[in-house]
Design a protein around this ligand. Structure first.
Ligand code: F0G
Length: 458
């Protein structure tokens, strides 16, 4: 039997990538204040900053773009989009937004506010920021397995449901506008959440009359893991699994920039008509009319088609396998990584990679900079630069984990790109003792990792 898993597509259009020298990269990084978010992408060779909005669209999606109907109201493109979302989520109400965080902003502006608590397995950074911006507080209740990068487990994205019960007791159900399950759990390593965990969390919420929401950015990757790893799902289609997953939810937010292969877009899907009415009112003053909501008709077409393509198993098999391939190559070379491989990214454990750099000197960011300097690979820190907070005396309260995420854009890079990335990381690992920590010289009060300026420790 043939075992090689190949890319289930062929390439019709290509885009050049640009090489730089080590000397140039040292200078470019300095100019960008040691924050690769501030580097021009033409100076990046392999861009693993994010899997968001970076997918290669299919020929069917590009054909759909030409069919986009740009009517202000009642565009048939909207109805095709609405049908695609309903078919997967079963939610009757579909509100298009320009991206995931726009859905979050609308939802939390209405349901959030001072004295409110939003509970999650792990809130993504923009989700947390939108919650906090409303005056509410976000609480992450990641399961114990999820907190140990080097110990493999099937569903490390799960929520600690006992902690959920205790937290509801502690803060009071009336103060919890919703519980949000992020699938897959991006900040926790792209790890999946089991159907069992979703059912348990839902049951607890239902018993306390708390709405249960899904942050659905990477729902298809999560469903594929359920098919592979959870008993009873091996013979179900991804669509059937997705239908079940969403059946437990009262609503969901989605960034179509991930598992819908779109370069922009998102939605909010709901069951509650009264909440939907409030959301639509806010949508009209911030995003646009309810049948386009911040998107062009052509974007709605691309999303509708992408949502169907992402359910195809040969694609998901290739997708998950390519992440696993890179993860395993690194494990074989002794590089500390989050195990097992996640759905959309490989996560390096910077705490174990650079034990000589304390959290106050941002080991994750130091590793991000080293990968760029070595070979022009751009990655992102998911650690104390992203999530660290200060106490009253201005000391850093570090994040739970110091991770570096190498997010793989969908259908973009080939296996030789991935082999190259593995070789570079292994090379940087061999030289790890020369890597120095960083200190912040300038930062914004919220989402500081996007714009922070840093410099190497003397
Ligand atoms: N929720 C999760 C789990 C995400 O990963 C993201 C975005 C969002 C919400 C917000 O969606 O970008 O369309 O506004 N994650 C990107 C990333 C940015 O790189 O992981 P958005």
């Amino acid at each position: 039997m043939i075992k090689t898993i190949i890319e289930p597509f062929r390439i019709k259009s290509v885009e050049p990538i640009y090489f730089t020298t080590t000397e140039q990269r040292i200078e470019l990084l300095k100019q960008a204040s040691y924050n690769p978010f501030l580097i021009n992408s033409e100076h990046v060779l392999i861009d693993l900053l994010t899997d968001s909005g970076t997918s290669a669209m299919s020929s069917r999606q590009w054909a759909g773009i030409m069919q986009g109907d740009e009517s202000y109201a009642g565009s048939p493109s909207f109805y095709r989009f609405e049908k695609a979302v309903r078919d997967i989520t079963g939610m009757p109400i579909v509100i298009p937004t320009h991206q995931g965080r726009a859905s979050e902003k609308i939802l939390f502006s209405i349901t959030g506010g001072k004295g409110k608590y939003f509970i999650s397995n792990t809130l993504f950074d923009t989700t947390r920021a939108n919650i906090e911006f409303s005056g509410a507080e976000g609480i992450d209740l990641l399961c114990e397995e999820g907190k140990h990068p080097s110990i493999p487990a099937a569903f490390k994205g799960n929520m600690d449901v006992d902690a959920l019960k205790q937290t509801i007791e502690r803060v009071g159900a009336a103060n919890i506008p919703m519980v949000i399950m992020t699938v897959t759990n991006n900040s926790g390593g792209g790890q999946p959440v089991s159907m069992q965990n979703i059912k348990e969390a839902k049951a607890i919420c239902a018993a306390h009359n708390i709405p249960f929401f899904i942050d659905a950015c990477r729902f298809a990757e999560n469903c594929y893991f359920i098919k592979l790893r959870e008993e009873g799902y091996a013979n179900k289609s991804i669509k059937e699994i997705a239908n079940e997953l969403f059946s437990y939810a009262d609503g969901c937010t989605m960034s179509a920039k991930k598992d819908a292969f779109a370069n922009i877009g998102g939605f909010l899907a709901l069951k509650d008509e009264a909440l939907a009415m409030q959301c639509r009112n806010l949508l009209i003053i911030t995003e646009g009319f309810p049948t386009y909501g911040g998107l062009a008709g052509r974007d709605l077409e691309a999303i509708a088609i992408g949502l169907n393509e992402v359910l195809e198993e040969p694609y998901l098999q290739y997708r998950i396998r390519s992440i696993e391939y890179l993860t395993n190559k690194l494990i074989d070379a002794g590089v500390p990584v989050m195990q097992p491989g996640g759905g959309h990214a490989v996560y390096l454990d910077a705490k174990a990679f650079l034990p000589h750099i304390p959290p106050q000197q941002y080991p994750g960011q130091a590793l991000v900079c080293a990968l760029y300097t070595e070979a022009g690979i751009r990655s992102v820190e998911i650690g104390s630069l992203m999530f660290g907070k200060y106490d009253e005396t201005n000391n850093l309260i570090p994040a739970q984990m110091e991770l570096v995420r190498l997010a793989i854009p969908r259908r973009v890079y080939t296996q030789s790109h991935i082999d190259y990335v593995a070789e570079v990381i292994i090379e940087v690992f061999a030289k790890r003792n020369n890597i120095k920590g960083l200190v912040i010289t300038e930062e914004a009060p919220m989402l500081r990792h996007f714009t922070a300026k840093l410099k190497p420790v003397e």
